[in-house]
Design a protein around this ligand. Structure first.
Ligand code: FAD
Ligand code: NDP
Length: 508
C-alpha cells in the first residue's frame, strides 16, 4: 500500500517551487499535490548558492534576492549601481528561508508553512529510486510506493565529478563542488578555514567564475584552471565572432585532449553543429571574455588556460596540498573548487520516455512521450519556437517558466498555447552584471566601452538579429535588448549596427 496523489512533482528545486506556486494560483484542493525531493529543504532559488550564500559580512552585493529582501531594511547604503552595503551587525550572507522560491521572480516566498497552509504534501530528504510510467507509480528509497495521475519531472541535474574525467580525489576534505545547499554549506566551511590562503578553481564556466569571485571576496588567493582559451567561452556554434577568430588557442589533438567534452567542442567548431548534450554553446567571445579576465586579474585572480588537472597530492589528513596539471605545473593549495559541468538527471526514465539532446523530450505543453508525464527545468529538452528547434537550457529563468507553463497546460490544456520562450541568462560577479537574450549564433557584433563602462554584443544570423548581450546596463536597457531580440529585426548593415550599438535596441 502507498499513497496516491493527483499531481506529483519529482524533484524539489527551482522548477518544483514555481510549479507549486502556479498550482496554488490556479486552485488545487488540499492533498492533491505532492513534491518528492532528495533535498531536506523546500524549494529554493539555487542561483543564490554561488552568490549571496558565499558572501562574508558587510560588503557590497548586487544579488537580486538580497536586494529584494532588503528593500525595506533600514540602515543600508547603496553604491551608484544600486548594490547594497550592509551595516555591520546586519547579516549579509543569504540564508534560508530568505531565498526560498519564488522570491527570485518577485513572487511570494514559499516557506514550509506555505506548503502546509496550501495542503501540499512534502516528502523531503527522500530519493526516488525507480519510476514505472506505465503503472504511474514511483518507488522511494524508503520503500514507499507513491502513485500519480500526472507526474512532473523536475529532477534537474548533477555536477560532473572529476572521476568521470579520469582524475581521482573528489572525496578529499578540501575539494568542493557546488550544486545544492549541502555543497554550499560545505564550501562556506572550507572557505572560512582558508582565509588568507590559496584556492585552485577547476573549470572556467559559470560555477568557476562565480565561485572565484566569491573566494576573492572572502580574501582567498585564486588560480583558475581550464582547458579553453577563455572563460565562459568554449567554442562557437554557427560562426566565428567578427574580427576575432580563434587564434591564440591550439585546438590540435596533441594540445589539450583532456575529455570527450573538449572533443565535442572541437567537432562543433569544425562542423558548426550544436554540442552533443544539446546545450547552447558557451557565450563569451574572446573580447568579452578578456574584459572579465582582466577584471578578475585586477582582483588578483590568476588564469592557467589550455591545460587540465592531472592529479592531486594529499596530506595525511586527507586534504589536497598540491594540484598537479597536465602540463606539469604544480600549484600548492589550501582548497579546490570544481565546476566542470553538469548532467541532467534522466536515468530513471531511460527506456521509458523519449530523450533528446541529453534531456527528456517534451512538446510545447512540456508533455513527454507519455501523456501523463511532463518534464520541466534543466532536465527538459523543449521546442524553442524562436529558433525552430529543440533545446535543453541550464538556467534559472527557463526552469521557472517551463514549470509554470507545464502547470498551465495541465490545468487548462485547451486554453494553453505552445511555450514561446526567449532564452535568458545572466550573471553577477563583484560589481559587474550582464544579461543575455536569444541565441549566440552567427556573427557577433561588439559595441560599447570595454574599458569598464557599458558594452555589449548582438549576434546576427542569416541577416537577422538573434541574440543580445549587455554588461552594466540599466533595467530599461536590459528590457530594450530583450525586446529587440524578440523582434528579430533584419540587419542589412552590420557596420551600422556596430556604430549604433545599444542605441539600436533603445530606438525600437
Ligand atoms: P534543480 O534546481 O537542480 O532541482 C532538482 C531537484 O531534484 C533537486 O532538489 C534534487 O535533489 C531533486 N532530485 C533529483 N533526482 C531526484 C530523485 N531521484 N529523487 C528525489 N529528488 C531528486 N542559472 C541562471 O540562469 N542564473 C544564475 O545565476 C544561476 N546560478 C546558479 C548557481 C548555482 C550554484 C547552480 C548550481 C546553478 C545556477 N543556475 C543559474 C542554474 C539554475 O539554478 C538551474 O538551471 C535550476 O536550478 C534548474 O532548476 P530545476 O528545478 O530543473 O533543477
Ligand atoms: P559549465 O558547463 O558552465 O562549465 C564547465 C567548465 O569546465 C568549462 O569551462 C569546461 O570546459 C570546463 N571543464 C570541463 N572538463 C574539465 C576538466 N577536466 N578540467 C578543467 N576544466 C574542465 O558548467 P559549470 O560547472 O560551471 O556550471 C554548472 C551548471 O550551473 C550549468 O548548468 C550552469 O548553467 C549553471 N550555472 C549557471 C550560472 C548562471 O547562469 N549565472 C551560475 C552558476 C551555475 P569545456 O567547455 O572544454 O568542456
Amino acid at each position: 500500500m502507498g499513497r496516491a496523489f493527483v499531481y506529483v512533482i519529482l524533484g524539489g528545486g527551482v522548477a518544483a517551487g514555481y510549479a507549486a506556486l502556479e498550482f496554488s494560483k490556479r486552485g488545487i484542493s488540499h492533498g492533491e499535490l505532492c513534491i518528492i525531493s532528495e533535498e531536506p529543504v523546500v524549494p529554493y532559488e539555487r542561483p543564490a548558492l554561488s552568490k549571496g550564500f558565499l558572501l562574508p559580512e558587510g560588503i557590497f552585493i548586487s544579488n537580486w534576492n538580497m536586494k529584494n529582501a532588503l528593500k525595506s531594511a533600514r540602515g543600508i547604503s547603496r553604491n551608484e549601481k544600486g548594490d547594497v552595503k550592509l551595516p555591520s551587525g546586519l547579516i549579509a550572507p543569504a540564508r534560508l528561508p530568505s531565498f526560498h522560491t519564488c522570491v527570485g521572480a518577485n513572487e511570494e516566498r514559499l516557506t514550509p508553512r506555505w506548503y502546509r497552509d496550501n495542503g501540499i504534501e512534502l516528502v523531503l530528504g527522500t530519493r526516488v529510486k525507480s519510476v514505472d510510467v506505465r503503472r504511474q507509480t514511483l518507488l522511494t528509497a524508503t520503500g514507499e510506493t507513491i502513485s500519480y495521475k500526472i507526474l512532473i519531472i523536475a529532477t534537474g541535474a548533477r555536477a560532473l565529478k572529476l572521476e568521470e574525467f579520469g582524475v581521482s580525489g573528489s572525496d578529499a576534505k578540501n575539494v568542493c563542488y557546488l550544486r545544492d545547499l549541502a555543497d554550499a554549506t560545505r564550501l562556506v566551511d572550507v572557505m572560512q578555514s582558508c582565509v588568507g590562503g590559496n584556492a585552485v578553481v577547476i573549470g572556467g564556466g559559470y560555477i568557476g567564475m562565480e565561485c572565484a569571485a566569491s573566494l576573492v571576496i572572502n580574501k582567498i588567493n585564486v588560480t583558475m584552471v581550464f582547458p579553453e582559451a577563455h572563460c565562459i567561452h568554449g567554442y562557437w556554434v554557427g560562426g566565428i565572432p567578427k574580427a576575432e577568430g580563434i587564434q591564440g588557442f591550439d585546438y590540435s589533438p596533441q594540445s589539450t585532449v583532456h575529455s570527450p567534452r573538449l572533443w565535442t567542442g572541437i567537432y562543433s567548431v569544425m562542423s558548426r553543429e550544436r554540442n552533443a548534450s544539446g546545450t547552447v554553446a558557451r557565450l563569451f567571445t574572446p573580447k568579452i571574455a578578456t574584459f572579465y579576465e582582466d577584471y578578475y586579474n585586477s582582483k588578483g585572480v590568476k588564469f592557467i588556460k589550455g591545460t587540465v588537472l592531472s592529479s592531486f597530492e594529499n596530506d595525511s589528513n586527507g586534504k589536497v596540498t598540491t594540484v598537479i596539471l597536465r602540463d606539469g605545473t604544480r600549484l600548492p593549495t589550501d582548497m579546490v573548487v570544481v565546476g566542470i559541468g553538469i548532467r541532467p538527471n534522466t536515468s530513471l526514465f531511460e527506456g521509458q520516455l523519449t530523450l533528446e539532446k541529453g534531456g527528456i523530450k517534451v512538446n510545447g505543453h512540456m508533455q513527454t512521450s507519455n501523456s501523463s508525464v511532463y518534464a520541466v527545468g534543466d532536465v527538459a529538452s523543449f521546442p524553442v519556437k524562436l529558433f525552430g528547434e529543440t533545446r535543453r537550457l541550464e538556467h534559472v529563468d527557463s526552469s521557472r517558466k517551463t514549470a509554470r507553463h507545464a502547470v498551465t497546460a495541465i490545468m487548462a490544456p485547451d486554453k494553453t498555447g505552445d511555450f514561446d520562450y526567449l532564452p535568458f541568462f545572466y550573471s553577477r560577479v563583484f560589481t559587474l552584471s550582464w544579461q543575455f537574450y536569444g541565441d549566440n549564433v552567427g556573427e557577433a557584433i561588439l559595441y560599447g566601452d570595454f574599458s569598464g563602462g557599458t558594452f555589449g554584443a548582438y549576434w546576427v544570423s542569416k541577416g537577422q538579429l538573434v541574440g543580445s548581450f549587455l554588461e552594466g546596463g540599466t533595467k530599461e536597457e536590459y528590457e530594450a535588448i530583450a525586446k529587440v531580440t524578440k523582434l528579430r529585426p533584419v540587419v542589412e548593415n552590420t557596420g551600422e549596427l556596430e556604430r549604433q550599438g545599444l542605441g539600436f535596441a533603445l530606438s525600437l
